[in-house]
Design a protein around this ligand. Structure first.
Ligand SMILES: [Fe+2]
Length: 295
């Protein structure tokens, strides 16, 4: 089975392109790779683009990008996707830096863009701003968790990492604990987008940078039980939740099937499991999420 190897980029529509662009470029520190009057491509580092912003009537995530392995064949992957009854389209030069991609739609209506090769970002890592290392994961509220789970696991090749009860799935496509989260909810929407920082000191510096912009945290710092990442959460100008995290669990060997050992793990060895919905599952440091956090 051909599996996607990593999440690369997310595309957002926004009613206020300039405010969002200012946040992602100046505050978060992503580099602007390309832009015109209606859209902007920003990179967190090596990927040609990590966040794409385009004018729209509503603030919403409309597309996600995933990369295949260097020896995978896009035509073979297209046959695999179509074998699940999903129509695909092969697109040439549909966006800068990715000359050949396959697009299709997931069950919740998000356009999925899968490619093998991309150009590296033409810009070096930024020098000012929070400066995340990479896009880590994206979480969605979905109304049909079962169909979304089958799509990400059976079509894209994700694996189940952990569950919170029966309503919150954490899915991985490489060593990182999760690249996609699916939360059962009343409506379909992106819940949060998460960027990885270097370490806890980097998280602290990011909190100071947000405070200097008068941007309050809405939760954190926490150390999650599930995934064990240290995280803080705040809202961007469109009101979407952004997570900054570090120290997420990693599974270096799928055959061994456990997360790299850490002294704060609950289990020995720590393996994928179903967690009960208690405070430590969300934050082993004890402060629970705001009551409306998962809405
Ligand atoms: Fe997250």
């Amino acid at each position: 089975m051909i599996r996607v190897r990593r999440i690369t980029h997310a595309t957002f529509e926004t009613p206020d392109l300039e405010a969002q662009l200012d946040h992602y470029a100046r505050v978060l520190g992503l580099t602007v790779v390309e832009r015109d009057g209606n859209r902007a491509f920003l990179s967190a580092g090596n990927d040609h683009h990590t966040v794409v912003l385009q004018k729209g009537t509503d603030a919403r995530c409309v597309r996600l990008g995933f990369q295949l392995g260097g020896n995978d064949d896009l035509a073979d992957f297209a046959r695999h996707v179509e074998g699940h009854g999903i129509a695909t389209a092969r697109k040439s030069d549909s966006q800068p830096g990715v000359s050949d991609l396959l697009s299709f739609t997931d069950p919740k209506g998000t356009l999925i863009e899968v490619f093998r090769n991309q150009e590296a970002s033409p810009q070096p890592f930024g020098k000012t701003g929070i400066l995340p290392h990479k896009l880590g994961h994206i979480a969605f509220n979905v109304t049909d968790l079962g169909s979304a789970l089958r799509f990400y696991c059976d079509v894209l090749g994700f694996r189940e990492s952990d569950w919170l009860a029966d309503f919150f799935a954490f899915l991985r496509c490489n060593a990182d604990h999760h690249a996609i989260n699916l939360v059962s909810g009343e409506r379909v929407k992106m819940h949060h987008i998460a960027f990885e920082l270097k370490d806890f000191a980097h998280i602290g510096a990011a909190c100071d940078a947000l405070a200097a912009e008068n941007i309050p945290l809405i939760w954190g710092p926490v150390r999650h039980g599930i995934g064990h990442n240290i995280s803080v959460y705040y809202r961007n100008p469109d009101g979407q939740i952004i997570e900054l995290f570090t120290e997420i669990d990693k599974m270096s060997d799928e055959d061994l099937g456990w997360w790299e050992p850490r002294p704060y793990h609950e289990d020995r060895f720590q393996k994928p499991k179903v967690w009960m919905p208690t405070v430590p599952a969300a934050n082993i440091w004890g402060i629970p999420a705001p009551t409306d956090f998962l809405d």
